[in-house]
Design a protein around this ligand. Structure first.
Ligand code: ZN
Length: 417
């Protein structure tokens, strides 16, 4: 299995200048290969480009400063882009030639197989790169044991921040999970993705919404400041960078939260059921939050899809319509307004939290969707507390998810407040 792990790095000014210089040398080499390509009628292979390197180094001093494998990877980049172009042509698309890269479109370099080392023995982990130096790295999550780091790409974002992207490979394939018809009820989960809470599942785990209001307020403030500046001026450029940084922070926080939440479900369960985008629920939000909420929802579902696949967990997405109103026990429609937080069925007497009832319906529908027939998804005892802070429930602050990596371990639940 192959994964990418992305970490923030903080090079000193000296190392940063070196990184920028090496990247620019790579960019010039990339453009040089394009120039050579235009002088040949034929396709330039990766090997042909690689074989040019020793001669180039004779007269092009800057190339000698860059780690040799990094230069080979530039040839690889040109050759990959050529292949892609060839495919597009083969598919009948009218494509031109590869374009020269200006500095703002060429922002990274890659160390492959050698020339990099992760020093993780002191309090401050360091990334060491040959012919470059060492830089502090924020290892906010561990690289799995027995994983092999195949390559490291160092990249500067538009915001000016630097990142190291580790391409890693693990020998172990996805853990063996049971076949669909052998999944135990305890290992199934239905998730109701909500408005007030972020998620509520059939195991009574609730996850609060990630509060990014402060960040959004700041973003709006800085955007207003940007609009007052003279476009193209020095101040304008600085302000634009500031806006980009806040925006990037918001995106990072939300993705981090969704990564951890989706990881938790994919890892802990054998079958995960979630409802498809709930347009009806979305309409209850103020319009400026709707786009944000639906984007975050789609990201969550996308993450779940690939993480479940990676973990060998069965996954199904179901129709969201009516999951809140229907009684999960008997199927009767129990009308409830937004303010009604509990579900209490006059027909069968089933009582539970409103969102938990929805989560049961999600799981039930997943069952039907997968052809597993009707299942008893609700707990055997029907007299559950209707209060959302009842003993059977666990409330988890979204912040906990971001900080600890999972809402709560299923074996040792930690209650919020
Ligand atoms: Zn009922």
């Amino acid at each position: 299995m192959n994964y990418n792990y992305r970490y923030r790095i903080e090079p000193t000014d000296v190392v940063e200048a070196e990184l920028a210089r090496h990247i620019d040398t790579c960019r010039q080499l990339y453009n040089h290969f394009l120039y050579e390509l235009r002088n040949t009628d034929e396709y330039l292979s990766y090997t042909a480009m690689q074989n040019m390197l020793p001669d180039l180094k004779d007269w092009w001093d800057d190339l000698n400063d860059v780690y040799s494998k990094v230069l080979q990877l530039v040839a690889r980049r040109v050759s990959d882009n050529l292949d892609r172009l060839k495919d597009q042509k083969a598919n009948g698309r009218n494509v031109g030639m590869l374009k020269w890269k200006p500095p703002r479109e060429y922002r990274s370099l890659t160390y492959n197989q050698s020339g990099f080392e992760l020093k993780n023995t002191s309090d401050q982990p360091l990334l060491s790169l040959s012919k470059m130096g060492e830089m502090p790295i924020h290892l906010h999550r561990d690289i799995p044991d027995n994983a092999l780091v195949k390559q490291v790409t160092v990249k500067q974002e538009q915001t000016g921040e630097w990142y190291a992207i580790f391409g890693i490979e693990t020998e172990t394939d996805a853990p063996k999970k049971p076949a669909l018809d052998e999944v135990d009820r305890d290992e199934m989960v239905g998730i109701d993705v909500g408005i007030i809470k972020y998620a509520h599942d059939t195991d009574s785990t609730m996850v609060g919404s990630l509060d990014l209001e402060d960040e959004y307020e700041r973003l709006a403030r800085e955007q207003r400041a940007l609009s007052r500046k003279q476009e193209g001026s020095q101040n304008w450029h600085e302000q634009r960078r500031r806006v980009a940084r806040i925006h990037a922070r918001i995106v990072r926080k939300r993705r981090d939260f969704l990564h951890k939440l989706s990881n938790y479900y994919a890892r802990e369960y054998d079958l995960v059921t979630v409802e498809d985008l709930n347009v009806h629920g979305m309409m209850q939000l103020p319009s400026n939050s709707q786009n944000r909420a639906s984007a975050s929802w789609r990201t969550f579902v996308d993450f779940l899809v690939y993480k479940c696949e990676r973990a060998g967990t069965h996954f199904v997405k179901v129709e969201p319509k009516g999951t809140t109103q229907a009684c999960a026990e008997c199927g009767v429609e129990v009308e409830k307004g937004l303010w009604v937080r509990g579900h209490s069925c006059p027909t069968c007497g089933f009582e539970t939290d409103r969102d938990e009832n929805a989560a049961y319906n999600v799981l039930q529908r997943g069952h039907q969707e997968l052809g597993l027939g009707h299942a008893d998804v609700t707990p055997a005892e029907t007299a559950l507390p209707t209060s959302t802070t009842g003993d059977s429930s666990t409330v988890v602050d979204a912040k906990c998810v971001v900080e600890t990596g999972s809402p709560t371990s299923r074996t040792s639940r930690v209650s919020g407040e």
